[in-house]
Design a binder for this molecule. Sequence first.
Ligand SMILES: Cc1ncc(COP(=O)(O)O)c(C=O)c1O
Length: 454
Amino acid sequence: MKSYKKFWKLGMEELGTKDFDINKDGELIVREGNYQYNILDLIKKFGTPLEIFFPFIIEKRLRNLFETFNYYTKNLQYKGRFYYYFPMKVNQNKEFVLSLISEGANLEVGSANELWLVKRMWEQNQFNSKIKVICNGPKTNYYLSLISELKEKNLNIIPVIEDRTELKALRDYRGDIGVRFDLDVKTKSHWDKKIDRYGFSFQEIMELGKIKNLKIIHYHNSSQVERLEDLINQVKRAIEVFVRVKEKNPTLDTLDLGGGFAVPYLKKKMYTSDQAIKRIIRIVKKTAEKAGIPHPNLICEWGRYVVAPSQITIYKILFEKKIENSIAKKWYIIDGSFMNDLIDTWAIRQKWHVVPVNFMKGLKLTRVWLAGSSCDSDDKYTAGGNYILLPRFDEMGEAEDLYIAFLDTGAYQDALASHHCLLSSPAKIVAQNGILMVARKRETPEEVGKLFGW
Ligand SMILES: Cc1ncc(COP(=O)(O)O)c(C=O)c1O
């Protein structure tokens, strides 16, 4: 018998779909321990387009990171400590950020407005006093004043200096600081830019000499780093630079590896956190020992890796349209928009794992391209000029609509989302411990109009 679960690449740890399965009726289910969510039931209750966030998935992934780092620090007798900082830009939704904080995450912010959210939570006493916050991004005067204010209110807040102007502005800062190194390592990734405007070059960083209260060397080279070797080469270079900077800065004791860990969106096996962490610790340890310095503390800001698999986005197929002379046979038109809800589809040609929510078993499949509901001919998903296999409309009868799920949509898409053709953003629900909560209702025409001054 054909294994449908395998065919749709579900239930596979290495592909991030361990908790996804198909029930006997050919419908998509998600398992949280022994509880299971039937996605078609959720659609019937909340409609489409619909985003479903599963906090248990990020909690599990973060716990796994802590356990793996702890395992290898012990196993390899590494003396430095490990800290996780969640980069808020990856997903600022309250339910995401709070789930991560409650699992022990610290925070990395990239703007004054993100820091303002931190300020609110700090003032409302919602944090354990041990939480730490790293501040990246251009330091406007307002951003700098928030940093000082929170420092005075005893939040452990660490600004990361990105250029000489910031160095001047933070000269008298009375707490720990970091500097950002513009890592000169080639990486296979969409974001590997020949000229990067962030951070100090090696030469500049050496010229800076002694920096008051320097604690952290930080780098962030690119996102979705596809090859483990590239990730490791980044660490190799960064620890070499760390050793050099420490010569003049004995207070320096932490290496911040930034983000970059990739998600297997395409459902092809990639490297695992276990493989990466083991090699990272080995390299840092060896280089530090060779240089005769203590093992540095390690920070990682892997954002996409931790949160992307925790959300799925659901659409109804509204109708189909024949395509002549093409690799795909039909357009399937969805009741949402790629340009609005999953904007990376358009912006960086992001590829996604797409599965049907119903009719996953038994029906004949057809090659389709997906089109959004905006008027824009760019509002489409063609899997990079390939095709998507989905059940055939003429096979399924009139009784039921066809729904599809995009997996791994939990990173970056919400803050980048837009309103082309004034389409409403999807509703978002949170599913945890078998309880469903509406985090954001589907926008009404009045709400969308208001955004544009109506
Ligand atoms: C400074 C910094 N840290 C971490 C991240 C998160 O990267 P990723 O989601 O690839 O792990 C980013 C993303 O742009 C970033 O700019």
